[in-house]
Ligand binder design. Sequence first.
Ligand code: UN1
Length: 500
Amino acid sequence: MSVVKGKNFINGKWIDSHSGETFESRSPANQDEVLGIFPRSNAQDVDEAVRAARKAFPAWRAVSRIKRGEVFDNFVQMVKKDHEDLSRLMARECGKAINESRADLTEGIHMAQYVFGMTRMPAGDVIASEIAEKDATMRRHPKGVVAAITPWNFPFAIPLWLLGPSLVEGNTAVFKPSEDTPLMGQKIIEYLERAGIPPGVVNLVQGDGEGAGRPLVAHPEVDVVAFTGSYDAGSEIRKVCAASPHKFAVCEMGGKNAVIVFDDADFQIALNASLLSAYKTTGQRCVSSGKLIVHESLYAKFCEEFVKLSKRVSVGDPLNEKTFMGPLINDAGRKKMEYYNDLARKEGGRVLFEGGPLTGKEYGRGAFVSPFVYQMDYDPKFRVLREEVFAPNVAIVPFCTIDEAIQIYNDTDYGLALAVITEDYRKAWRLREECEYGLGYVNLPSIGAEVHLPFGGVKKSGTGMPSAATLIDAVTHRTAWTVNHAAEIKMAQGLKAQIE
Ligand code: UN1
């Protein structure tokens, strides 16, 4: 494939950055493979994009909601035709195994279908009044310009989670994809352009967080920042937005998730749920589980069988249908995993499967790793049980009582995803009520949320304003519109115009 010469997309035109500076997108599976060269945007490019979005806002807002949704119907039809090509491109650009890249595309399609369908559904409420002749409606108004800043691990689905609800509700947007997946970002915009989105309604600025993300978040004409990524970047974004009273930040940030396996669990479900939670996307989902909390009665058998499975996980070329785990995104990701593997040892972990960096011919030009699995007794001072690794570093932790299981799960600053494996609905209920999470699963892995569910977490994981379908609450104001049908003013709460 030839190297793509990428551009920014501002006010309906594909253009270079003002500085003329560029950066490359390379395949994580083969760092010698350059997929594209993209503009390294700075504050000037960002300013132009935000101003284009602001200018396009009144006319886009005036288009009927159903017509706005039709852009996404067109988008879906085109993307479906190119599903396989786009999946392969994604596997090459972010290293995700091909079957998972297909699933990411499918998830983005589902989001676009959802927002298209949503436009023919009621979008507000009719509200009764104390006065019979008066009625009120709750109507949603778009907030204005949305900055969508997205990660590399779901380079198709997450931009759709953020752009879909924003645009359909009548906002305009400036989209900054991760600098690790600029090509997938450009593809999304190419399809939206072909689907008929008017100039200025969605704008693309490529670049990194420092050069492009920071001025975008700080821009006074941005009304909402919708971000998915690390806690450090998200908390910085929230601080910047807090200084501008009109600006709203909705951030999805990290997790330290777990699968909890009870003594009555279906053993095969427990194993498969753990396998999927720990190793899909090479442990690089914010909902991946690096903590398997297993009842002591099953512990020895579970450790043995999980390690057997872990040894069979195939690591390699993301385009190979048999690959279960592609590489980590880059060398920094691999170093982070090595740091936490060492920390696990230092904190007393008993290593069961000495995985980690892979070298040799097939692995020479990417950050390939195999799983690293260890036994660890719970102690609140062990950081490796509380911090996010974003790699297949897996602790198997024993517990005796349900109170202990809850304590081990909750002992982290994050609160995103939880999987409970049990046949006993009372145990599941206790966890549902007492664990801190945004996404809870019973007899399922901690991954695999569908787009019509709220996607978000508590504590350091989120802002309490979930993404995907529920982003509608972040990108719209709920307004009240009250109409009097009587021939005189009749007030609620006993108010009168009469002057004594
Ligand atoms: C992420 O974890 O970074 O729930 C996003 C899932 C996917 C989205 C994951 N639908 O696993």
